[in-house]
Design a protein around this ligand. Structure first.
Ligand code: PLP
Length: 494
């Protein structure tokens, strides 16, 4: 780490773009409003439990707190998390437990730095985000959010049923974060046969009675639609007290802002600008980076890495968002065409006009596409660029990194690395690629690219021997609702 600092000259402070200031009365709790403009405003505790807003939109902070850099450089990861997140929480229940929850959450990670930065060459870096219990970056948010969730519910004397869709990694991370917690029942929908064996086993071998994975005969987008449909079924939603920990939940985005601040501060922020390359699926992770930049983190560029499901890369080039069928790839957690969190960015690009966002998304549903106007497109291209990598390219990147750096990288990480290489950036700007999963989570791709089979870390070494519990359900709302209601009744939780 240290050797790296003096290899990178620090240019003078430059700032670009305005930062919204905090509300005029900082003692007032920050409120959250829906991207569709029709749901009631909520405070952080409310947003944490609600997930999706009642009008089908996503909650967003009504203003961006300004990041205070003083004292950040010396903090450990958990302390930094508490400092970055607190201004978003006001004085609610979650805020009161934040420091302790963060300390507890990250104490269980298997690297002392929690999110170590590795230098690849003069100005390229890899941030390893796979040292949590389920080996993907989802743990960084969910280990903390699961604790905050339980805290708020317990304090309020409530219970909830969490439903979520996963393209592979959210599921196990959510189950691991919520297992054996008294106040929650968890149901995770994943596309049957379309997640890796390690991903599936991490979900189906979970023995706790309050968490359950459901294999849906469909794609990830189908799973996500089923979850949205359950939320839009008001009677079901109220009867089950439904809640979400998908990346549509603001608390997860918030917890992911932390690792961008963490990396940038180590590389010289606020004096120095940094770029990030983010392997992207549901747009939650890269949106957290956008949020960090709105708080004042000097981010030169956000590079969106896509696999063959490249709707976002196409949008960034052409200004047209056009749906295509989801195709399986070597990076299944990015096999997504409708990225839920893109709605948050759309809302920002459209001057926070909820009615306009709802209208555009309505057209997208009906016609399978829409075009951004020039102003929105200029704003988008001012911060983001995109890059697409197919499966052959992914294997080639895995092989090349193994040969030239001795690092085994997973297929998602490889997509991000290729995007970082393709981005045209000023020489002095360091680029941080996010390593979003441990290579052992996708051993087949890594093996075929390098001849090396990456070993699972010790805490998962017996994963292939653990008994599995698999429930396959059709891509049908009634069938899924019946299953969930039946289980919840059985457990006496509703
Ligand atoms: C979830 C996931 C992604 C995509 O992140 P989004 O926030 O959905 O864009 C990328 N890589 C891995 C390994 C993941 O688990």
């Amino acid at each position: 780490m240290l050797a790296a600092f003096w290899r990178c000259p620090r240019p003078p402070l430059r700032r670009r773009g305005a930062v919204c200031r905090v509300a005029a009365h900082p003692e007032e709790r920050l409120q959250y409003i829906s991207t569709r403009g029709l749901a009631p405003a909520l405070d952080f505790d409310g947003v944490l439990l609600a997930g999706l807003a009642r009008d089908g939109g996503l909650y967003m902070p009504e203003s961006w707190p300004e990041l205070s850099f003083s004292g950040l450089a010396g903090l450990g990861y958990a302390e930094l998390a508490a400092k970055v997140m607190a201004p978003y929480m006001g004085g609610g229940i979650a805020a009161g437990g934040l420091e302790e929850a963060a300390a507890e959450a990250y104490a269980g990670f298997r690297h002392r730095a929690v999110a170590p930065l590795k230098q690849l060459d003069a100005n390229r870096w890899l941030m390893e985000l796979f040292h949590g219990p389920t080996l993907a970056f989802k743990d960084y948010a969910l280990q903390l959010v699961g604790r905050l969730f339980d805290l708020v519910l317990t304090r309020r004397g409530e219970r909830v049923t969490i439903v979520g869709a996963t393209s592979g990694d959210t599921g196990s991370a959510a189950m691991e974060a919520c297992r054996d917690r008294q106040a929650v029942e968890v149901f995770i929908l994943y596309p049957h046969g379309r997640v890796s064996e390690v991903q599936r086993r991490q979900m189906t071998t979970q023995a706790s009675a309050n968490v359950q994975a459901l294999a849906i005969e469909g794609s990830f987008d189908d799973c996500q639609d089923l979850v949205k449909a359950m939320f839009n079924d008001r009677p079901f939603r109220d009867r089950m007290n439904l809640s979400a920990v998908n990346s549509i939940n603001w608390a997860r985005i918030l917890a992911q802002i932390v690792f961008y601040v963490w990396a940038a501060v180590q590389l010289g922020a606020p004096q120095r600008r940094v770029a990030f390359a983010v392997p992207t699926g549901n747009f939650g992770n890269v949106f957290a980076a956008y949020a960090a930049s709105r708080m004042g983190l000097p981010i030169e560029r956000l590079i969106v890495g896509c696999n063959r499901n490249d709707i976002l890369a196409r949008l960034l080039e052409s200004g047209e968002m056009r749906l295509a069928p989801v195709e399986p790839s070597l990076s299944p957690s990015m096999d997504i065409q409708v990225s839920s969190n893109f709605e948050r960015l759309l809302w920002e690009l459209m001057d926070r006009d909820g009615a306009a966002v709802a209208q555009l998304l309505g057209r997208f549903r009906k016609e399978g596409g829409f075009r951004l106007d020039n102003k929105a497109m200029a704003r988008l291209q001012g911060r983001f660029s995109g890059h697409r990598l197919d499966d052959d390219g992914t294997l080639a990147v895995i092989e090349r990194y193994w040969r030239t750096t001795g690092e085994l990288v997973d297929p998602h990480t490889a997509v991000g690395l290729a995007a970082a290489e393709a981005a045209d950036l000023p020489d002095e700007v360091p680029v941080v690629s996010l390593a979003t999963a441990h290579p052992a989570k996708f051993p087949d791709a890594v093996l075929s690219a390098t001849g090396q089979r990456p070993a699972l870390p010790p805490h998962l070494a017996d994963l292939y021997q653990r008994p599995e519990r698999i429930s396959v359900l059709p891509n049908d709302l009634a069938a899924v609702e019946d299953f969930v209601a039946g289980r919840v009744r059985l457990r006496g939780a509703a």
